[in-house]
Design a protein around this ligand. Structure first.
Ligand SMILES: C[S@@+](CC[C@H](N)C(=O)[O-])C[C@H]1O[C@@H](n2cnc3c(N)ncnc32)[C@H](O)[C@@H]1O
Length: 329
């Protein structure tokens, strides 16, 4: 199967190939590596300001007040006349090389607002026994993100005609249980942390006792929750066969939605590699990935197939090296 790449490049680079664009990015990062390489904790000890920042930038930058500094990246016109050409060039280049943040026009605003919206679905059921159990342990931030993500995932599953969801690094399965209980999806929870998996299993057991509050009042009916919690460490070069073993499934022809919420460090690249294995092997099965990454400073950085960064063969063939400070940015 041919994998289609669909990356919307910044307008200045639309005529370039992805490879060429990646090389411009690497050159840009190399040119300004002195900005992100110094250790912020040693800023005073290493005299970073004097040692790294060009002299002609220092005085004009020190003259700016807080509000002016805040609008500096937007290159507000009135500021231009105070800044040296080299600093203006840096800000312009940085603005021009960044990937567009808005989604491309293959997704309409209407679709988008349907997908990425707060349904408050767990909230109305907060007062029921099952609702209380579903949101147990979640603070309001967690409830909010899980609500939006679950709604997005359910729409994608519906459109892709699949009910199988694999939650990678699922923790104790907050999102997974909402997907299983509120959206009737068949969810696999995978996490390397044993106590998180035990918590997830306990949550499933408690939830299974409830169907609806009214049913509970009259009987001890249980509901079937299609959710399995699996304690496994996913390595960076995980193969599809190994994943099938972990899921305890035969080679499956079903579609799958891979999801990850706060996939720290190397977990996000692991998921992206897995997604590609699925795409390469799929017999027209629908495969989707929805990932919210985090903790990029925890990525391992080495030019080999088991490292978190870089992922692409294009970058592996360049001299790129971000180091922890660069990845934090
Ligand atoms: C930041 S937590 C996110 C938990 C959950 N998704 C949430 O949003 O509440 C990341 C989880 O990924 C798990 N994890 C990290 N690396 C992993 C790996 N290689 N294989 C399996 N689980 C992993 C950790 O144990 C942790 O529970």
């Amino acid at each position: 199967m041919q994998i289609q790449t669909h990356v919307q490049l910044p307008s200045k680079y639309v005529q370039y190939s992805l490879e060429e664009y990646a090389k411009y990015l690497v050159d840009f990062l190399e040119q300004y590596s002195w900005l992100y390489r110094p250790h912020i904790v040693d800023f005073f000890l290493d005299s970073t300001w004097e040692a790294s920042v060009p002299e002609e930038w220092r005085e004009p930058l020190q003259e700016l007040d807080l509000n002016e500094l805040l609008v500096l990246p937007t290159l507000d016109k009135p500021l231009e006349k105070y800044l040296p050409a080299s600093l203006l060039e840096f800000i312009r280049d940085a603005n021009q090389i960044v990937l567009p943040r808005q989604l491309d026009n293959t997704i309409s605003n209407k679709q988008l607002s349907k997908y990425i919206t707060c349904t408050q679905k767990p909230v109305p059921v907060d007062d029921t026994l099952i609702g209380k159990e579903l949101v147990k342990g979640m603070n309001s931030k967690k409830k909010h993100e899980v609500d939006i993500l679950a709604n997005l995932i359910s729409h994608v599953c519906e459109e892709q005609n699949t009910t199988r969801v694999v939650d990678i690094g699922a923790g104790q399965g907050y999102l997974a249980h909402i997907l299983a209980c509120n959206y009737n999806l068949n969810v696999y929870v995978i996490d390397s942390n044993t106590s998180q998996i035990q918590n997830s299993q306990a949550r499933t057991q408690r939830l299974s006792k409830f169907s609806t509050e009214s049913m509970l009042l009259f009987s001890t009916l249980t509901i079937e929750i299609n959710l399995s919690s699996i304690n496994a460490h996913l390595k960076c070069d995980l193969t599809l066969e190994e994943l099938e073993d972990i899921l305890g499934e035969e080679k499956s022809e079903q579609g799958v939605t891979l999801v990850g919420n706060h996939t720290c460090g190397d977990l996000a690249p692991t998921m992206i590699r897995l997604f590609h294995h699925f795409l390469e092997s799929s017999n027209n099965q629908n495969v989707t990935m929805i990932n919210v990454g985090c903790c990029y400073h925890l990525l391992t950085e080495e030019k080999k197939s088991t490292a978190g960064f870089p992922l692409s063969s294009i970058l592996c063939n360049t001299s790129i090296f971000l180091n922890k400070r660069g990845r934090m940015l």
